[in-house]
Design a protein around this ligand. Structure first.
Ligand code: C2O
Ligand code: CU
Ligand code: CU
Length: 509
C-alpha cells in the first residue's frame, strides 16, 4: 500500500468502472490489485448525513460552537481509523446561516496541537477569516464575529494552518456551510436537508495496513489518496425518497480533481457554483470539481432504479501529459462514489424546473485595476509564501481584474481567493473546457491556462490583518504556493502584526 512506484503508476482507480456492472455489494474502487486496498467489499453503508447545526439564534444574532477533537471513526467497513473532526470524531456539522445574520463562533481547539479554522467562500473581515495568522493553540478558544454578506450558497470551513492545512483537512477537519436567503428559499428547489437536499463531502485517503491514515506525502502529489470517501465513508449508498434530489458537492480532498458523472451518462442540472446560484439551471452530463470547489446539482430519479454517482477519467487528462515523466495526478482515474436507488412508486412527481434562479450580474470592470499571478511549481510570481510579506495592497472598494496563469506545462493547479467572489470572464491557453459559469471563489487551471477573473472583494479595510490567495491543491499551498493581500482605506499602508496571531486571537479556555 505504501510503495511509491506503484502509486506513480496509473493503476489505482482502473477497473472500478468494470466492477460497477457487477454487484452493488462489490462496488467501489477496488484497484487492479485489490490486496493493496484495505477494507473494500462488504455491503454498502448508508450515506452518513453530517448533522445540521443551526446555532443558537436570537433574532439575527446566531452563535455557533465548534470543538476540534480527535477520535476513532469507521471510514472503512471493518476497521477504525484515528481521525479529527468538529463536534465529533470526523468531519464537522453543516452550519446553516442566513444572509444578514450576525454570526459569532466559539472555536475550541480540543486537539493537542495548534490549528486554525477558515470560512472558505465567506466575505468577512480578515480578523475573522481564520487564515494562518489566527492560530488556535491546544486548549484555546478563538471567537470570530462577522455579518453574513454572502447570498445563498454552499461554502465550507477547514483549517488553514501554516504548512499543515492539507494534513489537518485530511485528518477530517472540514465541514459544510449552507447560506440561505429569501430569494433562494422562495424557489421551487429541493431544500429539505438530509431528505432531498443532500451534502456530499468528497475526499480521498490512503490507509496503512492497520487502518490508520497514511500521512506520507507522495513526491509532488502530497496526500493524493487512492480511496474515495463520501461524507467520511467508503462504499456509501443513498436511498432516495423523492424523485428529484439536490446534491451539494464539496471537493474537500487535498489534491484530487473529480469529474462527476452518473453511471448511465444521464443528464443532470447544475444550479449553483462555489458562491451562489447560477442564473438558470445548466444541463450537463459531466462536471469537473477541483480541490476546494463546490457545485450544486439536481438529478431526477425514477422509482426503484439504481444509478451510481461516479468520477470518470478526464478525456483530455485535464491537459496533463500522460507519460512517465509527469507525476500521476489521477486525472485518468474512474471510480464510483455513491450508489443511489430511486424513490418509491408513490413518490410525488417533481415540479417544473425554475427557468430563472437568480438575476445574473457581472462586476463592473471597465476601469478596474489589473494584476497578474503566474503559478509555477510551488510559487506564485516567483515567490513562495512568507507570513511577513504583504504581496498585494487593495486600497479601494471596487472590483479588480486578476489574470491567473498556470505556467507549468505538466502540472495542474487551481486558484482560490479569500473574502471574494469572481466571474471567469475569459479562459485561454488550454484546450480543456471547464464549466466556469456563475460566481466562483476557486478556478481550475489546466497546464498553460490563463483565467481572467472579475473579482469582487468584501470591503472591510484593516491594515493589520492579511487575507490569502493560493493554489487550493493543498500540498501546493503548504509548499508555499500562496500570497497575502490586505484591504486598506485609500492611502493607508499595511501594518500587519506578524506572527502575533496566537496572542491576539486566542484566549485560554
Ligand atoms: Cu479553502 Cu485559503 O482556503
Ligand atoms: Cu478560502
Ligand atoms: Cu497547485
Amino acid at each position: 500500500m505504501v510503495g511509491l512506484p506503484e502509486l506513480n503508476r496509473r493503476t489505482f482507480f482502473k477497473g472500478a468502472g468494470a466492477l460497477a456492472a457487477t454487484a452493488v455489494g462489490a462496488q467501489l474502487l477496488v484497484g487492479c490489485n485489490a490486496s493493496k486496498v484495505r477494507g473494500y467489499g462488504g455491503s454498502p453503508r448508508a450515506l452518513p448525513i453530517p448533522p445540521v447545526e443551526l446555532g443558537v439564534r436570537e433574532g439575527s444574532k446566531v452563535h455557533f460552537t465548534l470543538v476540534a477533537q480527535a477520535g476513532d471513526t469507521q471510514i472503512l467497513p471493518d476497521v477504525t481509523t484515528h481521525t479529527w473532526g468538529f463536534n465529533g470524531t470526523h468531519l464537522g456539522p453543516t452550519l446553516v446561516m442566513k444572509s444578514g445574520d450576525e454570526i459569532s463562533v466559539d472555536v475550541t481547539n480540543g486537539l493537542d496541537e495548534m490549528t486554525t479554522v477558515h470560512w472558505h467562500g465567506m466575505k468577512l473581515p480578515a480578523v475573522a477569516d481564520g487564515g494562518p495568522h489566527s492560530p488556535i493553540g491546544a486548549g484555546q478558544v478563538w471567537s470570530p464575529e462577522w455579518t453574513v454578506a454572502n447570498e445563498a450558497a454552499t461554502l465550507w470551513y477547514h483549517p488553514h494552518t501554516h504548512g499543515l492545512t492539507g494534513l489537518h483537512a485530511y485528518r477530517g477537519l472540514a465541514g459544510m456551510i449552507i447560506v440561505e436567503d429569501e430569494a433562494a428559499t422562495a424557489l421551487d428547489l429541493p431544500q429539505d436537508y438530509g431528505v432531498d437536499d443532500i451534502p456530499l463531502v468528497l475526499m480521498d485517503h490512503r490507509f496503512l495496513e492497520d487502518g490508520s491514515l497514511d500521512e506520507e506525502d507522495l513526491p509532488d502529489l502530497g496526500l493524493l489518496g487512492d480511496t474515495p470517501t463520501v461524507n467520511g465513508i467508503t462504499n456509501a449508498h443513498f436511498a432516495a425518497s423523492t424523485r428529484r434530489v439536490r446534491f451539494r458537492l464539496l471537493n474537500g480532498s487535498n489534491m484530487r480533481f473529480f469529474n462527476m458523472a452518473f453511471s448511465d451518462g444521464r443528464q443532470f442540472q447544475v444550479i449553483a457554483s462555489d458562491t451562489g446560484l447560477l442564473d438558470s439551471p445548466y444541463e450537463m452530463s459531466n462536471l469537473a470539481i477541483g480541490p476546494g470547489e463546490r457545485w450544486e446539482i439536481l438529478v431526477d430519479l425514477e422509482p426503484g432504479e439504481d444509478v451510481t454517482l461516479e468520477s470518470v477519467g478526464f478525456a483530455d487528462n485535464f491537459g496533463v501529459p500522460d507519460d512517465e515523466f509527469v507525476p500521476d495526478f489521477g486525472m485518468g482515474d474512474s471510480f464510483q462514489l455513491l450508489t443511489i436507488t430511486g424513490p418509491a412508486e408513490d413518490a410525488a412527481t417533481a415540479p417544473a424546473l425554475p427557468g430563472l434562479l437568480v438575476k445574473s450580474t457581472v462586476p463592473d470592470i471597465i476601469d478596474a485595476p489589473e494584476r497578474s499571478f503566474v503559478l509555477n511549481t510551488f510559487s506564485i510570481n516567483d515567490q513562495q509564501m512568507d507570513m511577513q510579506r504583504v504581496d498585494v495592497i487593495i486600497d479601494h472598494a471596487e472590483p479588480e481584474i486578476w489574470k491567473v496563469t498556470n505556467d507549468n506545462s505538466d502540472w495542474p493547479h487551481n486558484f482560490h481567493i479569500h473574502d471574494a467572489r469572481f466571474k471567469v470572464v475569459s479562459f485561454e491557453g488550454t484546450d480543456v473546457e471547464l464549466f466556469n459559469e456563475g460566481w466562483k471563489d476557486t478556478v481550475g487551471l489546466p497546464p498553460g491556462a490563463t483565467a481572467t477573473l472579475a473579482v469582487e472583494f468584501g470591503h472591510y479595510p484593516d491594515p493589520t490583518w492579511p487575507y490569502m490567495y493560493h493554489c487550493h491543491m493543498l500540498y501546493h499551498e503548504d509548499q508555499g504556493m500562496m500570497g497575502q493581500f490586505v484591504i486598506v482605506n485609500p492611502g493607508d499602508k499595511p501594518a500587519v502584526h506578524l506572527g502575533s496571531g496566537a496572542a491576539a486571537a486566542g484566549h485560554e479556555h
